[in-house]
Design a protein around this ligand. Structure first.
Ligand code: S3P
Length: 440
């Protein structure tokens, strides 16, 4: 593997159109496949994770035609999926694995889901527990003397009953798995969230005419109702991808970027709010409600250089910026004063342990970063330094660690090298090309 090296001393200027939102795209494919009409999805990102979801539905007998940034799904209705004789491989896509588990729990046939090496080490019990309560038969891999469960997982569903489920962790993947299973359950499935997580599933369920009601933190779904496709959907740009450009434009001197058509879903705006609190010069313009993608709002984000300052980010804000924490850690290393990210323990179970990956990399670059263990809660404390040293760092096979280290590398003094950046394809295959166009 050839390391990827970054020259320092640059600034960024220009316009970037980030790929379509990964979370929204998974859900668009799923709901299109189990509605009874054809759906055209525009601005669909051809990244490894979303292609995993496409592949799963092809294996389940759904016709899907893919073109350039467009994909057409020929839905067969709630009960139109066909058993796959062979185990279905979901690659490294955790969202595919968890969300599809919910759909398969509703099917009368048995399925087996197999994942790549890293994903096979990520927890599945958070999904298997509620799906079993609904009546699905599930077998999953266990390690000796532990209760946690992992892929591969075998699911035999059908005859589901509705449940009222108070979620122990704020997780949009768990919430969505239960709601997708709830489409097949008798009666009303209720999910109660401890803290709001991204609500793309709820917005799209409404768009597909499902029987959904939201009362504060309580989401209610009436099962056994056919879904009706809106026919055409536009996926707005991914704010999690835009976040890397927001941080580099904020911290590189003489920089100014326009990030076009970014999703501005309120449950995903944590990164924007925190960067603004840190003193970043960020403006949002051309906002519109993008009615064709579940009423997801979108707009253009303008960012220019500024001097950032430290902030305290509370546990309840974490779900709204969970995937942006690695790059926000980079921002904090160069902000004036102290930043604390409270209650970030969920980072331990992402594509890699992102507390470990970012702490190790940033320490190598001279950052002042501490992980504070407070029982079940973990906080990260970062005291800003004047500059980062160039270093040899690692992606740990994680796309967001890799892209965060690209940003850190651009901000460092000298030439930073990252061992392997091929994992970036998981969410943003064109990231380095887009970066090249705006780097001066
Ligand atoms: C996602 C939810 C989040 C996020 C992940 C995508 C989704 O995971 O980290 O990248 O699309 O539902 P959790 O549900 O585990 O918080």
């Amino acid at each position: 593997m050839k390391p990827f090296c970054l020259p320092a001393g640059h600034f960024v200027r220009g316009t970037v159109t980030c790929p379509g939102d990964k979370s929204i795209s998974h859900r668009c494919i799923i709901l299109s496949a189990i509605s009874s009409q054809k759906t055209l999805i525009n601005n669909f990102p051809a990244n490894d994770d979303c292609l995993s979801t496409v592949n799963v539905f092809k294996k389940l007998g759904i016709k899907i035609n893919a073109g350039n940034k467009k994909i057409c799904v020929f839905g067969k209705g709630l009960y139109g999926l066909r058993k796959s004789i062979k185990p279905i491989f979901v690659g490294e896509s955790g969202t595919t694995l968890r969300l599809i588990s919910g759909v398969l729990a509703g099917q009368k046939f048995a399925s087996k889901l197999v994942a790549g090496d890293a994903l096979s080490g990520r927890p599945m019990r958070r999904v298997t527990v509620p799906l079993r309560l609904m009546g699905a038969e599930i077998r999953a891999k266990r390690k000796p003397l532990t209760v946690e469960e992992y892929a591969p997982i075998a699911i035999k569903g059908g005859n589901l009953k509705s449940i009222i489920y108070r979620m122990p962790v704020a997780s949009a993947q768990v919430k969505s798995a239960i709601l997708f299973a709830g489409l097949y359950a008798k009666g009303k499935t209720v999910v109660i969230e401890p803290v709001p997580s991204r609500d793309h599933t709820e917005r799209l369920l409404k768009q597909f005419n499902a029987g959904l009601k939201i009362k504060g933190s309580r989401i209610e779904l009436s099962g056994n109702k056919d879904l009706k496709s809106p026919g055409e959907i536009y996926v707005p740009g991914d704010i999690s991808s835009a976040a890397f450009f927001m941080v580099m434009a904020s911290l590189l001197p003489k920089s100014n970027l326009c990030l076009k058509n970014v999703s501005l879903n309120p449950s995903r705006l944590g990164v924007l709010k925190v960067l603004k609190k840190m003193n970043a010069r960020i403006r949002v313009i051309n906002t519109e409600s993008c009615k064709s993608a579940g009423g997801e709002p979108m707009g253009d984000i303008i960012v220019s250089s500024s001097r950032l300052k430290g902030v305290i980010v509370k546990s309840k804000e974490i779900p709204s910026l969970i995937d942006e924490l690695p790059v926000l850690m980079v921002a904090a290393t160069l902000a004036k004063g102290r930043t604390v990210f409270e209650g970030v323990q969920e980072l331990r179970v992402k594509e890699t342990d992102r507390i470990n990956s970012m702490e190790r990399n940033l320490l190598r670059m001279g950052a002042d970063i501490k992980v504070l263990n407070k029982g079940k809660r973990e906080d990260i404390e970062i005291n800003g330094v004047n500059f980062l040293y160039a270093a040899k760092v690692k992606s740990f096979g994680d796309h967001r660690t890799a892209m965060s280290m690209v940003v850190a590398g651009l901000l460092s003094r000298g030439r930073t090298c990252i061992d392997d950046v091929s994992c970036i394809n998981k969410s943003y295959p064109g990231f380095l090309l887009d970066l090249k166009k705006i780097l001066h």
